[in-house]
Design a protein around this ligand. Structure first.
Ligand code: KG4
Ligand code: ZN
Length: 334
């Protein structure tokens, strides 16, 4: 079954063709990052406009690169939630129009479910159940993937997402948007023990996260240094920050795995590209006899191939939509 998939939840307009949920025939992304970089973050209005301009061309490109025509497509999958509402609406409406014109089933896909599915594209042996840490720019969740379309949230952030925290800390250190990847590089050159940063807990919720206090600590540290006329070694601060975030994520993820008894752990989302997180989880899983799956770097960020993969399993479960499909800015993964 060939699925044409579309993704426009944030600042990438993406289209892909995926066969039987596991084989990527094409995966095309038109990134808007250069434009949002001017403003230090995503400007929703600009994102929607750029999606509108790019969506037809990127879809054409995905079909051409896959070497298939619309006649060889069996269904259309689209990210319908969660994300920037104006951005989502572009993909959803385009997919609805195409599905109606080509008389094809329409499959709504949850963005976080698709981040998890990025792993199915790279690891043919990965099957639910497993425990997943989803860390992206907008979300940080520990989720038990009971089946391809059945999810139980074990923990979540109470405030900022891990990626947001990376981006804000990076911005405070003068790095361009999105700062996560720049902070990761700087961390590789610094001393993780140079600064002691807070590790906020959520009382009574051992698997939840809270990152806003950590973000504020970094911003305050930089402000105070500036007021005193001191310079901060940003490589050291990056390394200490990254060490702290990864420590929080790994400790709670492993504690959740001990509680659920899962032996298969999976990382997903943009922050799963972080070298500190990958190394730390790799070492912890080896030590504890757990099997770890991580997406390849090319599939960590937003893309449409992961939507095509999850879309396949949603279709098998009968989760299709009619022409009244709407986009939602927020929606539980469950
Ligand atoms: O999943 P994603 O592409 O978009 C959302 O659904 O939000 O995640 C984007 C986030 C950004 O915050 C970005 O800075 C972060 O992932 N990110 C990283 C790295 N690469 C991307 N954070 C830390 N280290 C990285 N290497
Ligand atoms: Zn994402």
């Amino acid at each position: 079954m060939n699925i044409l998939a579309l993704e426009s939840s944030c600042d990438e307009t993406a289209a892909a063709v995926v066969r039987d949920g596991r084989e990527v025939l094409s995966n095309c992304v038109a990134s808007q990052i250069k434009e949002h970089m001017l403003y230090g973050g995503v400007v929703p209005e600009i994102a929607s406009r750029r999606h509108t301009e790019a969506v037809s061309l990127i879809t054409r490109q995905a079909l051409d690169e896959a070497g298939v025509t619309l006649k060889e497509i069996d269904a259309i999958a689209v990210t319908h939630a969660p994300g920037l509402i104006g951005a989502l609406l572009v993909g959803v409406n385009f997919a609805k129009g195409l599905a109606t014109a080509a008389n094809l089933p329409l499959i709504p896909v949850h963005h976080l479910r698709s981040h998890i599915a990025a792993n199915y594209l790279a690891h043919s042996d990965l099957k639910p159940p497993f425990l997943c840490l989803i860390v992206s720019g907008g979300h940080s969740h520990i989720v038990r993937v009971e089946d391809y379309t059945k999810f139980t949230v074990i923990g979540r952030t109470r405030d900022d997402a891990a990626g947001e925290c990376f981006d804000k800390a990076a911005r405070a250190m003068g790095m361009p948007y999105p700062g996560g990847v720049h902070l990761d590089k700087a961390a590789g050159l610094g001393d993780p023990g140079a600064f002691t940063l807070p590790r906020p807990h959520v009382d009574g919720s051992p698997y939840d996260f809270s990152f806003s206090g950590l973000k504020t600590a970094v911003i305050n540290l930089l402000h105070k240094a500036e007021q005193r006329g001191e310079t901060v070694n940003t490589n050291d601060l990056s390394a200490s920050f990254q060490y702290t975030v990864c420590d929080i994520l790994c400790t709670r993820f492993l504690a959740a795995a001990r509680m659920t008894g899962d032996k298969t752990l999976v990382l997903a989302g943009g922050v799963s590209a972080n070298s500190g997180l990958r190394d730390r989880m790799d070492a912890a899983c080896r030590e504890n006899g757990l099997q770890l799956f991580v997406p390849p770097l090319s599939l960590c960020g937003d893309n449409a191939a992961m939507v095509g993969s999850q879309g396949y399993y949603e279709f098998l479960a009968g989760n299709t939509a009619g022409p009244d499909l709407n986009a939602c800015a927020t929606l539980s993964i469950e």
